[in-house]
Ligand binder design. Structure first.
Ligand code: ATP
Ligand code: MG
Length: 403
């Protein structure tokens, strides 16, 4: 770990294949998101150029700022940096000083001239800096796989020297796509699905179906805690908690057990779609993975989603459970997801759910339900919980109607 007191962080934009107006949107949103993510560091100063964002650290701790930056989608990588005058010898001396504060034994120098009028070409810079380091330290050159890749960027105003790159979160800045309504349960899959959606630049809101008193307050808190984890990537997420008990009871009263899940999913989706439309979301996302459970066979999905007019996005559709678990550990939702509180689906799970619902039966069973009023009531009694990154704990602020 480096002991250098760095002055800057140089951020590199990701996936910038777009040009013109789209590019400007991308970078403007990215910079807004970086600022929001780093709100807790008041003395930071931001300066954006065509292809970089420069953050001046002033009194802030570079490593703490780096930890936060790792969550910002749209950054491909970033580096802690020190700025010096563009004199070759000054650059070489500073690079020598900095590398001695790093742990490693091999290095490589990678110079880039953003100012093509600079008097020395990249090769000359590379060789000059490398020679000084070889003369003054025990470091050896390793071009293929160095412990430390020294980056020297020659800009118009100065030279920036960096010891290696820190990998960014990749993807697109949250907010450059439209909004998506995520169906958020207390399980492992849906928070991971939400993470992957945000990574594509989507803004998330979430809908959760709760069945009190069959589901507990703890079960709901778990969902809020999961949303809280996702605020590492989007600073505030609205969670719409839908009271689902009456609808579920009506289904269980009138529909054979093997079709209960199919029907329940259809009503979740109907409500999810109504909510998505009210909230101007352009699609619904869920954590389904093909074949994972009875309701996630292709036959089931067809009978469940044919009631929807919005696109249903399933980022995990091809993922194995182990891959999903790996991701959930990475985004730190796993430990919360495996807490034992019952979700509405786990409580009402029938012993033998159908994997191949028959469309005529679905229609027949649905015709027996007296459900429109129940849907209206559920919609009217939605509780909106605004979960923000700033909340130290998941003590969510409850607002009583839609904002
Ligand atoms: P697990 O990780 O245990 O599979 P899960 O939440 O994925 O949990 P599933 O039964 O596989 O549970 O549900 C499939 C998808 O349906 C979920 O990923 C989620 O998007 C949605 N879903 C399930 N239950 C709820 C709920 N109570 N509220 C909102 N969405 C739900
Ligand atoms: Mg699942």
């Amino acid at each position: 770990m480096s002991t250098t007191n760095y002055e800057f962080i140089v951020c590199r934009y990701g996936e910038l294949s777009t040009k013109g107006k789209n590019r400007r949107n991308f970078t403007a949103q990215l910079v807004r998101n970086v600022r929001a993510q780093l709100k807790a560091f008041p003395t930071l100063e931001f300066k954006e150029t065509y292809d970089r964002l420069y953050i001046t650290l002033h009194e802030e701790d570079g490593l703490a700022v780096s930890e936060e930056l790792k969550h910002v989608f749209g950054l491909s990588s970033f580096s802690l940096a020190i700025k010096v005058e563009r004199d070759l010898e000054v650059i070489a001396q500073l690079a020598t000083e900095l590398i001695q504060k790093e742990s490693g034994s091999t290095f490589k120098v990678l110079a880039r001239r953003h100012d093509k009028n600079y008097e020395h070409v990249s090769d000359v810079i590379n060789r000059h800096v490398a020679t000084r380091i070889l003369q003054n330290t025990d470091y050896k050159v390793n071009v293929k796989n160095p412990d430390i890749g020294i980056i020297v960027e020659i800009r118009n105003d100065a030279a920036y020297i960096m010891m290696g790159k820190i990998e960014g979160a990749g993807g697109y800045p949250v907010g450059i796509q439209g909004k998506v309504m995520l169906m958020l349960s207390g399980g492992i899959d849906s928070p991971v699905a939400g993470y992957l959606m945000m990574k594509r630049g989507v803004t998330l809101e979430a809908v959760h179906f709760a069945s009190p008193p069959y589901t507990s307050q703890e079960a709901q808190k778990k969902v809020i805690d999961l949303a809280q984890k996702l605020t590492n990537y989007q600073s505030s997420i609205k969670v719409h908690v839908v009271p689902f008990t009456d609808i579920q009871l009506e289904i269980y009263k009138k529909v054979p057990e093997s079709y209960a899940i199919t029907m329940m999913r259809r009503y979740m989706l109907r409500i999810g779609e109504r909510l998505a439309n009210e909230r101007h979301a352009l699609a619904i996302a869920n954590g389904e993975s093909l074949g994972q459970v009875a309701s996630q066979t292709l036959h089931s999905m067809k009978e469940i989603t044919n009631i929807s007019t919005l696109p249903i996005l399933r980022p995990l559709i091809t993922y194995d459970k182990v891959e999903i678990i790996d991701l959930s550990r990475k985004i730190d939702t796993y430990e919360t997801s495996i807490l034992p509180f019952e979700d509405c689906c786990t409580i009402f799970t029938p012993t033998k759910p159908t994997t191949k619902p028959n469309p005529r039966k679905v229609e027949l069973f649905e015709s027996k339900l007296v459900i429109e009023d129940l849907i209206d009531q559920a919609m009217e009694n939605i509780e909106v919980i605004e979960v923000t990154k700033a909340m130290a704990e998941a003590t969510a602020e409850v607002t009583d109607s839609f904002l």
